[in-house]
Design a protein around this ligand. Structure first.
Ligand SMILES: Nc1nc2c(ncn2[C@@H]2O[C@H](COP(=O)(O)OP(=O)(O)O)[C@@H](O)[C@H]2O)c(=O)[nH]1
Ligand SMILES: Nc1ncnc2c1ncn2[C@@H]1O[C@H](COP(=O)(O)OP(=O)(O)O)[C@@H](O)[C@H]1O
Length: 205
């Protein structure tokens, strides 16, 4: 039986645009996609669970993962390391399952070098003013971190040109519907469907 590799979907965008919020809503709506859990040296926030939200690591542990080539990509962001465990992604794709990575922009561009066939979705705010509001009112970080995230966000917004799709996160359910449409369309691309037809033709002759 012909086995197709899964789709690698990367959801990225500027800090504070709503990647985390949109991704967890998508997670509820789209159960047939696997979600990659990242490793980080950031301290857990209230309610975050090790192995569910992140794999929380010390700096030494994280650097060991880098050395052993256990990360598909990693980036330093606001003084902490974040990275995607490599084996889990590779195995999921080999099993033919679709996987989504919710990561910041530098990491997404590194994934693109390794997986140019991936689907790169860039989440954008309805306006820059709204992006500022979201970063301010989230209120989980100190003022210094908020300032640093806003300046990073400005540079990050310019990275949209490297992506396949731009999705406006005006309302979370709408943004999620748009992402679901992209996934549905990508699953139906003829280069993914054709191998199945070719297999059928062989069987019937
Ligand atoms: N490169 C990379 N970025 C990640 C990874 N996991 C999470 N991030 C990004 O790191 C940034 C900070 O994440 P976090 O501290 O959880 O804060 P928040 O998502 O902005 O609330 C976000 O932009 C995440 O998308 C990863 O494995 N690799
Ligand atoms: N569509 C939206 N409308 C209004 N607020 C939103 C929307 N999406 C996310 N937010 C809010 O914006 C803030 C940043 O969202 P978050 O998911 O943490 O962003 P990111 O993961 O991109 O840094 C949070 O307070 C979140 O509740």
């Amino acid at each position: 039986m012909f086995k197709q590799k899964g789709l690698l979907i990367v959801l990225s965008g500027p800090s504070g645009v709503g990647k985390g919020t949109v991704c967890s809503y998508l997670r509820e709506k789209q159960k047939d996609i696997i979600y990659s859990v990242s490793a980080t040296t950031r301290k857990p926030r209230v309610g975050e669970v090790d192995g569910v939200n992140y794999f929380f690591k010390t700096k030494d542990e994280f650097e060991e993962m880098i050395k052993k080539d256990q990360l598909l990509e990693w980036a330093e962001y606001c003084g902490n390391y974040y990275g995607t465990p490599r084996t889990f992604v590779e195995e999921t794709l080999e099993e033919g399952k679709d996987i989504i990575l919710e990561i910041e922009v530098q990491g997404a561009l590194k994934v693109k070098e390794k997986y140019p066939e991936g689907i790169f979705v860039f989440l954008i705010p309805p306006s820059f003013a709204e992006l500022k509001n979201r970063i301010f009112y989230r209120g989980t970080e100190t003022e210094d971190i908020i300032k640093s995230r806003m300046s990073i966000a400005k540079d990050e917004l310019q990275m949209m040109k490297y992506y396949d799709y731009a999705v406006v996160n005006d309302e979370v359910p709408n943004a999620v519907k748009r992402i679901q449409s992209i996934i549905e369309a990508e699953r139906l691309r003829k280069d993914r469907i054709l191998p199945y037809y070719e297999q059928w033709l062989k069987e019937e002759l």
